[in-house]
Design a protein around this ligand. Structure first.
Ligand code: IYR
Length: 221
C-alpha cells in the first residue's frame, strides 16, 4: 500500500450555511450553456493549461488518470479538423442519423456546418487511454475508462465555466479522423472534441428547460 496522509479535517457547518453554499454553486453552474457561437478573441495558453489540470484532478479507476488532452491553437490543424468533422457530419445529417434523431435535434438548430472549429482560439480533444504500455511494451488495461474520462470532462466543463469561458461538447461521429490528424497512438481513442473560447457578442442559445428536481431525483428516506 502507498503511504497515506491525513485528509484535512472538515468541521460540520450550520445547516443553513451549508444549504446556502450549495445553492450558490447551483446558481453558478445553472448558468452554464453549450455554445456554438464563439469569438476569436485569444485565450492564453496558461489559462487552458490550468483548466486542463483541473480536469485532470478527476477521480479515475485505480487512479490511472486514463486521459490525454490535446490542446490545439494551430490554425492549419484546426482547419484540418473542421474539414474532416464537416465531412462526417454532412454524412450524418444526410442519411446516417434517424428521422427521430433529426427531429430531436431540430430545437437545437444544429446542422453539418461547424465554423466554430476554426473560430475558437483552442480546440481541446479529449482522448481516453484504453491501455498503457507496461514493462517490455506489455499492454496493461485501464479501468472504468469511460466513467473516468466522462467525470474528467465534467470537471473540465465546470472549470471552463468558472473561468467565464464557454465550450461545446462536440461529438462528430465517427471521430477516428482525430487520431489521424493529431497523430495519436493506438492506445488512445477520441472521446470528445471541445472548442473553448469567449462567446461571440451576438451569440444565442436555444431556450431549453431543465428537468425539475422531482423528475431527476428519487428519495429513499
Ligand atoms: N454530432 C452532431 C449531431 C448532434 C448530436 C447530438 I445527441 C446533439 O446533442 C447535438 C448534435 C453535431 O454536432 O451536429
Amino acid at each position: 500500500m502507498n503511504s497515506h496522509s491525513p485528509y484535512p479535517s472538515v468541521p460540520p457547518r450550520p445547516d443553513d450555511e451549508l444549504i446556502r453554499s450549495c445553492r450558490t454553486y447551483f446558481e453558478i453552474m445553472e448558468k452554464r450553456r453549450s455554445l456554438r457561437f464563439f469569438s476569436d478573441h485569444p485565450v492564453p495558453k496558461a489559462a487552458v493549461e490550468q483548466i486542463l489540470m483541473t480536469a485532470s484532478t478527476a477521480p479515475s479507476g485505480a487512479h490511472k488518470q486514463p486521459w490525454t488532452f490535446c490542446a490545439v491553437s494551430d490554425h492549419a490543424i484546426k482547419r484540418q479538423i473542421r474539414l474532416a468533422a464537416e465531412e462526417e457530419e454532412y454524412r450524418s445529417y444526410h442519411g446516417r442519423m434517424s428521422a427521430e434523431w433529426l427531429r430531436d435535434l431540430a430545437p437545437l438548430g444544429t446542422d453539418w456546418h461547424k465554423p466554430f472549429l476554426e473560430t475558437t482560439p483552442w480546440l481541446i480533444i479529449v482522448f481516453r487511454r484504453i491501455y498503457e504500455f507496461g514493462e517490455g511494451g506489455k499492454k496493461q488495461n485501464n479501468y472504468y475508462v469511460n466513467e473516468s474520462v466522462g467525470i474528467a470532462c465534467g470537471f473540465l466543463l465546470a472549470a471552463i465555466h468558472q473561468a467565464g469561458l464557454v465550450a461545446l461538447t462536440h461529438t462528430p461521429s465517427p471521430m477516428d479522423f482525430l487520431t489521424k490528424v493529431l497523430n495519436r497512438p493506438a492506445n488512445e481513442k477520441p472521446y470528445l472534441l471541445i472548442p473553448i473560447g469567449y462567446p461571440a457578442p451576438d451569440a444565442t442559445v436555444p431556450d431549453l428547460i431543465r428537468k425539475r428536481s422531482d423528475e431527476v431525483i428519487v428519495w429513499y428516506e
